[in-house]
Ligand binder design. Structure first.
Ligand code: 5AD
Ligand code: SF4
Length: 441
């Protein structure tokens, strides 16, 4: 029996696309390998959002060379966002002559055919298409999901926003929404199969339908329809661009108990000057106003964000405005990055690049500030009752997840079912985990 191993880098979109690559491989009789050295096919599903991601991937591809030497028939494929970049396929082949197939982020559905062609011809395949900017036939592609309780569902591909630092619009192309019918069918089948947490995915889910491909169904309508499906499940979505999160979506969230009261709302920076240079299309004030409106409707909401420090031209004062915003909003979680120059983006050409030492100092300080806020917020949850999904049973306790994704440990004082929702009272917060006990409150 032939085996496969997939290295996955980057966002949830890539994690989900790896599930499709696995489906394609299993349709062809391959089974999962535990380690790369057992595999007959190794796939690198790549990311290029920051230089650090690319460096790590290059290192890992290099690490496969001895395996290829030991097993002449080993097939090595590289796909995803990094592969999609201009001239990357030839650069990869030059650097790593043992690579057999390269294909782009939007060709996932054809991987099986590439594999068949390679097996027939035994010749290097460069299948990156420059003008193909979305995955066409994804609904028909098999999917081997990584987990039996949590499922990702793609509702759209690509991004039209062209934030000046970001490479995603160049590698993923323009926004393209999937048809509502195909999304509804997929979600219904997942609920039937027993999945409990469904996460709708897109680079900017709030612009779902704006491309005119959904018969007038916008994101609020899509969300509302799914939240009314029968079954015991929770609905989440990401990512929301703050400029597009409508009052209608907030109302739908607030009025549907099946929609998790958690939002990932990337702010990127707290200074209006930097936001403008980033082409984010909102101001610090309008972002804070949005947060106020969300909290008015859903006081229990947990918020998370993405932040970039050291964007070109970010002064100490600009950075302080980000610090101030983080302290004001009090996110449960923040993903903080140092700005990384990306080839072909507008910010790459900006002259006032921030020195690495300054970026480092800022990220360390901000991570520390955020860590304290997160700790305070999780300590403040002690005494509250929340709904959690029990997702695994360990020898001495059950492990569950809160709507915000935080792990909740529950003592084994009574038998619980993995895959069921329970109300738990939070009694402690220790070593990064919430501790809960079952309650009927
Ligand atoms: N440098 C650093 N961080 C970036 N992101 C996107 N592009 C870059 C870049 N060039 C971050 C943004 C985005 C997240 C997914 O990655 O914060 O929201
Ligand atoms: Fe990149 Fe901006 Fe699109 Fe997000 S919204 S993928 S940061 S261009």
């Amino acid at each position: 029996m032939k085996k496969y191993y997939i290295f996955t880098y980057g966002c949830q979109m890539n994690v989900h696309e790896t599930e499709k690559l696995a489906g394609i491989l299993e349709d062809r009789g391959y089974t999962p390998a535990n380690t790369p050295d057992e595999a007959d096919v190794i796939v690198f599903n790549t990311c290029c959002i920051r230089e650090s991601a690319e460096q790590k991937i290059m290192g890992n591809i290099g690490g496969v060379k001895p395996l290829k030497k030991a097993k002449k028939d080993l097939i090595v494929a590289v796909c995803g966002c990094m592969a999609q970049q201009n001239d990357m396929a030839s650069l990869l082949k030059k650097k790593f002559p043992f690579i057999n197939i390269v294909f782009g982020a939007n060709n996932i559905e054809f991987f099986g055919e590439y594999l068949d062609t390679f097996n027939e011809q035994k010749k290097f395949l460069n299948m990156v298409e420059k003008d193909k900017d979305y995955i066409e036939n994804i609904a028909g592609v098999s999917c081997v999901r990584d987990n039996s309780l949590y499922a990702y569902v793609n509702i759209m591909y690509g991004c039209n926003n062209f934030c000046t630092y970001c490479i995603v619009p160049y590698v993923r192309g323009r926004e393209k929404s999937r048809s509502p019918e195909s999304i509804y069918a997929e979600v219904k089948s997942l609920i039937k199969l027993g999945y409990k947490v469904i996460t709708l995915l897109g680079q900017n889910v709030n612009s779902y339908g704006l491309d005119g491909n959904t018969d007038g169904v916008n994101f609020a309508k899509l969300l509302d329809t799914i939240a009314h499906f029968d079954g015991d499940f929770e609905l989440r979505f990401m990512t929301s661009h703050p400029k597009d999160l409508s009052a209608e979506v907030i109302d739908v969230m607030a009025s549907n108990p099946k929609i998790s009261k958690t939002l990932h709302l990337p702010v990127q920076a707290g200074s209006n000057k930097v936001l403008k240079a980033m082409n984010r299309s909102y101001t610090r004030e309008s972002y804070l106003d949005l947060i106020t409106r969300i909290r008015e409707k859903m006081p229990e909401i947990t918020l998370s964000t993405d932040i970039i420090v050291g964007f070109p031209g970010e002064s100490d004062l600009d950075y302080q405005e980000t610090v101030d915003l983080v302290k004001q909003v009090r996110y449960h979680n923040a993903y903080i990055f140092m700005y990384s120059k990306r080839k072909g983006t507008i910010a790459e050409k900006m002259e006032n690049q921030v020195p690495l030492a300054t970026k480092r100092a800022r990220i360390h300080e901000l991570l520390d500030i955020q860590h304290h806020i997160s700790e305070e917020l999780f300590h403040e949850m002690v005494g509250k009752t929340i709904c959690v999904l029990v997702d695994s049973e360990l020898s001495s306790e059950y492990s569950a997840k809160a709507q915000c994704g935080k792990v909740v440990k529950i003592n084994k004082t009574q038998p619980l079912c993995v895959g069921e929702f329970y109300n738990v009272k939070i009694i402690d917060y220790k070593k990064g985990n919430l501790i809960g006990t079952i309650t009927n409150e």
